[in-house]
Design a protein around this ligand. Structure first.
Ligand SMILES: [Zn+2]
Length: 165
């Protein structure tokens, strides 16, 4: 009798774990095969408008920097700003990193990259400390960024990017 009870408990736990696993797989599959949710897209749009207003207020910049949500960035890369051969300035955000923390992506990574875009726009291509100069930091802070630390290891600025994207 006791053995049977244990057996049932064991079966219950195994079944539960199996369903949990399937549920996690399913969610991950859905995330990977769909664009970001409307809610997150709206947050990105609102933040972008805020950044645009701040860069106008501080630097009189009215330019729209395209922001592209991409799943082609390296997995450990949160964002990347490029200055292309035909002088386009484009901000890429790693779609996969939105999975675990969308607020970090929107409030830290996006303003951080936006500050790089402003630097490019102002024709400042200084690459001191991976382009995280004091001027970049000031811009990042003026854009209300939460990730304006100059000495974090960021490999996120590329001039004349290859055809990766
Ligand atoms: Zn950076």
């Amino acid at each position: 009798m006791q053995t049977k009870r244990l057996m049932n408990i064991f079966l219950f736990i195994t079944t539960f774990c199996l369903f949990l696993l399937i549920y996690i797989w399913y969610n991950s599959y859905i995330f990977n095969h769909n664009p970001l949710s409307e809610q997150i897209n709206k947050k990105i749009k609102d933040k972008t408008n805020r950044l645009k207003n701040l860069s106008f207020y501080n630097y009189k910049i009215t330019h729209n920097f395209p922001i592209i949500i991409s799943d082609k960035l390296k997995n450990n890369e949160f964002g990347r700003t490029i200055y292309s051969k035909n002088k386009d300035i484009i901000i890429y955000l790693n779609k996969n990193r939105f999975k675990e923390n969308s607020d970090y992506m929107i409030n830290s990574v996006l303003p951080h990259e936006y500050a790089h875009a402003v630097m490019f726009y102002l024709q400042d291509f200084s690459n001191e400390n991976g382009s995280h100069t004091k001027k970049w930091q000031k811009i990042c802070e003026n854009l209300e960024g939460k990730g304006c630390n100059r000495f974090v290891n960021n490999n996120d600025i590329i001039i004349e990017k290859t055809n990766l994207f």
